[in-house]
Write a protein that binds this ligand. Structure first.
Ligand SMILES: CC(C)(COP(=O)(O)OP(=O)(O)OC[C@H]1O[C@@H](n2cnc3c(N)ncnc32)[C@H](O)[C@@H]1OP(=O)(O)O)[C@@H](O)C(=O)NCCC(=O)NCCS
Length: 163
């Protein structure tokens, strides 16, 4: 059968750790031309209780990353960043990171996951819509190139909550 199998697990998702810092900085540099997370921010997120960093490993290497941010006393979590290395896209790593981010938010009792995406990022927008996100707003001139950020959100199901 032609094409890539959807049934085979292509990635393992795990929590990021401080030893991943160099690889995560390299991934950011590879994926984003601007609006990158700095090394300092990544180091902070790896240690902070108000953040969860997830990494996707493919063929023994870090091939993707997601950062979810939490505020105390808020039922809304924020998917601050999601990235898959260019050579690893189209294999299901993005969808796997997205699902794992939703689960990470749900287990911390959050009811909603929100994110921003550049208005021209059609690939990511398509991925979010396919995963059940709906647009609810816009931040004009949010990005370094003055592009608008489209705001998306998804209600999280109670099924993945464990308390
Ligand atoms: C946006 C991004 C995270 C999406 O990740 P991705 O892994 O490339 O996701 P894609 O939508 O391309 O890949 C999913 C495709 O993989 C294929 N696929 C292969 N095996 C699969 C599997 N086991 N499960 C799911 N999809 C699989 C499918 O064709 C699927 O597309 P479909 O669901 O429409 O059929 C990634 O493209 C990226 O990092 N872009 C640059 C950074 C960026 O823009 N980040 C977002 C900023 S808001």
């Amino acid at each position: 059968m032609p094409g890539k199998s959807r049934n085979r697990s292509v990635a393992s998702i795990r929590r990021g750790r401080s030893a991943d810092l160099d690889d995560l900085v390299a991934l950011e540099t590879q994926v984003f031309a601007s609006d990158r997370m700095s090394r300092r921010s990544l180091r902070h997120f790896l240690a902070a209780r108000t953040a969860t960093v997830l990494v996707a490993e493919h063929a023994g290497c870090i091939a993707g990353c997601a950062v979810i941010l939490f505020r105390p006393n808020s039922s809304i979590a924020r998917l601050y960043s999601i990235a898959v290395a260019p050579q690893s896209t189209g294999r299901g790593l993005g969808p796997a990171l997205l699902t794992a981010s939703e689960e990470a938010a749900a287990v911390r009792g959050r009811k909603m996951l929100r994110l921003e995406v550049h208005e021209n990022n059609q690939r990511a927008i398509a991925r979010y819509r396919k995963a059940g996100y709906r647009q609810f707003g816009c931040h004009a001139g949010y990005y370094a190139d003055e592009g608008d950020a489209l705001r998306f959100e998804k209600e999280l199901t109670a099924a993945s909550e464990t308390g």
